[in-house]
Each structure stands twice: as C-alpha cells, then as structure tokens.
Write a protein that binds this ligand. Structure first.
Ligand code: LLP
Length: 424
C-alpha cells in the first residue's frame, strides 16, 4: 500500500505530479510519501496495540533525519548499528531510552557513546563484546543493560546476503551456547541482563521462520526465568518482507496476531526493529532517460541513476518495478535499464518489458525507500541524489543534491605535493 498513483496519464506522489518534482529538484532524486510513511508506521504499531511493545525503527533502512524525526514523533524508538546512527537519532530528537544497539563489531568508542547517552540496551553478539561492555561500563561508573542476540539457527528463506539467523552466519550467539553465556553475563559486575534478542534476516515473506524463532526464544525466556533472571524484554528484530514484484508477505496484522497469541502469557514488553516494511514502499527513485541504444543482442535504456544511487539490483539482483512517469501507449520492448557508472553490474533492471521510452522522459523506480539512499555512495565521483518528502501538495527537500564540493570535503593535498606544480 502506498500513495504513488496515476492520475490520468501522470504518476503522482500524493497530490504532486512527479514531473513537477523533477522540474523543481532535478534527477536522480528520491521521493518519499509522508502519508505512506505515517500509514506504515501506524499499521505496524497498531497491530501490536494489545501488547506492551516498542517499535525500534531500524535506522539502517533509511536514516534521513526527517524520516527519523517523523517516527520519533509517533512514539518510535530506534535500532542502531553504529555511533553514526546514534548521532543521527540524537540529532533527530530521538529518546535514548528507546534505543537498542545491535551489531557484531561495536567499538570501544561506540560503546562509550551509547553508555553516555543512556540507551535502553545493547544487543550483545559475542562473549568478548560482553566483557568489553562490562569493562567500559565499570570504568565509566555505569551499568549496562543488555540482551543477548541469540542466533536461533532458523532458515529465514531469503537472499543469502541478508539472512542472519543461520548457524553459518556471523550474527549473534548460538542458541545452544546462549544459556551458558547468560549465566556468565549475570556474574559480571556492571551488567544488567534484561532481555532476549534476535534478528534472523530481512525480506522474509513467510510467517513460519518467525514462529519457529519465537518458540525457541520463548522456551529460552522461560528457562532463564526459572533460573531467576529478570527477563523483561523480548526483541524479535526486523525482517518482515514487502512486495517488490509478486511476493505475498504476511501483513503486519497477521504477523502481530501470530506473535500476540504466543507471547501474551509471558508478560514481556516486545521490541520490534522493522525497517523495510515501514519505509520500503514509501519512496521511489525518480530518474531521467539519457539515451536509448541498441547493442548487438540487447536494447539498453541509459538513465541518470546508477548503482551508486540504488545498489540493490546490482548487489542482490533484486527486482524493483519501473514505471514511466507519463503513461504512454507505445509498443513494448525488452530492455536493460542501466546507469552511467563504469561497471557492467550497473543496472536497475535486466530483461525488463517496458513501453518504449525516449531521452528526456522520466521513470520511477519503485519500492526504493529501504536500503536505497542509505546504501548509496559517491562511486565514480557522482554526487548523491536529492531526497524529497511529499506531504499532500507540499514538496520538502529533506536532503539537497550533493555538489562537487561535497565530494572532496575533508580531502587534503599534503604540503610536499603542494610545493611542486604538476607537470603538464
Ligand atoms: N534489526 C537488525 C539487527 C538488522 O540487522 C536489520 C537489518 C533490521 C533490524 C531491519 O531489517 P528489515 O526490517 O529492514 O528487514 N541491504 C539489504 C538488507 C540488509 C538488512 C540488514 N539488517 C537489502 O537491501 O535488502
């Protein structure tokens, strides 16, 4: 469900024709629908209304300050992975008491920053990390609240790069070792054990893996409680999938109902770390056709957005629907939609059927709100695109297009190189 729809022959975001956005801001450009963001957050949050819960939006999916701010205003917290993400959360006015910190490689500086800030808890991913957090908390005269991120060894049945809950993945502490690790944690002087955490993967389109995980984790919670642990939180991570093409993931209500049924008797506060399901379908990447060309065996549509702007097709071979911003009745071609980047892997779609397009026309790459801008880069020294939030009839630039000066910010030519002029 989203608010990108044709009115007549023109594709709109809410009440604004996308062609107008291109005119005003240029291309490529990420366009977010405020109404979609609000709706998705509410639907997810309301689905758990019957249960004490906290939505810790996963900042890595999209970390623009305006988007964070919007979710914080709706009562959300944050799941962070780095000091940089914590910095963003604070900048956007997030409540540190609603922040959970995951990640296999937390540094000393990041742990100190999080402890200083007073986050809700660390989701600890190894024994060494646990010891480090204990030591740093001791040095700072603080106590650190933690969950262990338990790796339940459940197959989330998703792309191998984004599955995290298998025993072959680097994430979390194997469920078979988790009890021992909890007992060790309890003996540490500066650690308060308050929860159990997991995250099994992303773009999960079946309910089964979540349920399997939940039954393993609720058994662990009961075992821990029987040993006197005061477990108050159960964090299910994120991972609920969305429709890019024809996937039929469980709706948040269905996901919630299944979870509520199983955990309500435990009297826990549930934590969720959704990313994609909230922001994925809230945005498009607006791009302009530069050229069309016919190779020996393929037709190419060369557009002004590349893999540096949206890497998902190149990295995961993932599907993003592509629609013309002005609907035309022309014959259809099978084309590769490619960007200007100097890599054969630079494509947004391959062997895609599209109505013939011409230079200067606009295309909308759909479902680009999650892991779109947040994974973008400056490869090929391409300034990153603008980000725009549409609210009704309003167009708000929430990140201007980068300029050339942004590309070299902080770079420095050392004196010994300045001294001599280049040879021409
Ligand atoms: N919690 C943790 C600990 C995570 O690692 C992630 C995502 C999430 C929550 C949010 O998961 P979501 O609800 O968005 O599925 N770049 C990939 C996805 C990587 C996911 C990384 N972790 C992609 O573009 O598909």
């Amino acid at each position: 469900m989203h608010y990108f729809e044709y009115q007549g022959e023109d594709l709109y975001c809410e009440e604004v024709p996308l062609a107008r956005v291109a005119e005003k801001v240029g291309t490529p450009c990420y366009v977010y629908s405020h109404r979609t963001l609000v709706r998705h957050f509410r639907v997810f949050d309301n689905a758990f209304a019957d249960l004490p819960h906290l939505i810790c939006y996963s900042v890595k999916a999209n970390s623009n300050l305006a988007i964070l701010r919007l979710f914080f205003q709706m009562g959300g917290g944050a799941d962070i992975l780095s000091g940089g993400e914590l910095f963003r959360v604070l900048k956007a006015g997030g409540n540190p008491g609603k922040v959970v910190c995951s990640g296999v490689g937390k540094t000393e500086q990041e742990i100190m920053f999080a402890l200083r800030t007073g986050i809700l808890m660390f989701n600890v991913e190894s024994s060494q990390e646990l010891e480090l957090i204990d030591r740093i908390a001791g040095q700072m005269g603080k106590r650190a609240s933690i969950s262990l991120r338990v790796n339940p060894d459940v197959d989330p049945k998703t792309h191998p790069y984004i599955s995290t809950g298998l025993k072959t993945n680097k994430f979390g502490i194997d469920i078979r070792d988790s009890l021992d690790e909890y007992r060790r944690a309890r003996r540490l002087a500066n650690i308060d054990v308050i929860g159990v955490d997991c995250h099994i993967g992303s773009q999960i389109t079946e309910i089964g893996p979540f349920m399997e995980t939940l039954s393993r984790l609720s058994a662990l919670v009961e075992q821990l409680r029987s040993e006197g642990f005061d477990i108050r939180f159960l964090d299910m991570g994120g991972g609920l999938g969305i429709t890019y093409l024809d996937e039929t993931p469980p709706q948040p209500q269905e996901y919630a109902r299944a979870i509520i049924d199983r955990v309500s008797s435990l009297g826990l506060t549930m934590i969720f770390e959704p990313g994609r399901v909230i922001v994925g379908n809230s945005a498009i990447l607006l791009t302009k056709v530069l050229f069309t060309k016919k190779g020996v065996s393929k037709r190419f549509v060369v557009v002004d957005a590349g893999m540096n702007d949206l890497v998902r097709p190149s990295l995961y071979d993932s599907y993003h629907h592509i629609q013309p911003v002005r609907r035309v009745s022309r014959h259809k071609d099978i084309v590769d939609v490619v960007g200007p980047v100097c890599e054969s892997g630079d494509f947004l779609a391959r062997d895609r059927q599209l109505p013939e397009v011409r230079p200067g026309e606009l295309l909308a790459v759909m479902s680009a709100g999650a892991y779109g801008f947040s994974m973008s880069s400056n490869y090929n020294s391409r300034p990153r695109p603008a980000e725009v939030m549409i609210r009704g009839e309003e167009i708000h630039i929430i990140r201007p297009r980068e300029e050339y000066e942004d590309l070299v910010r902080g770079e420095h030519i050392p004196d010994f190189l300045v001294a001599e002029d280049p040879e021409y």
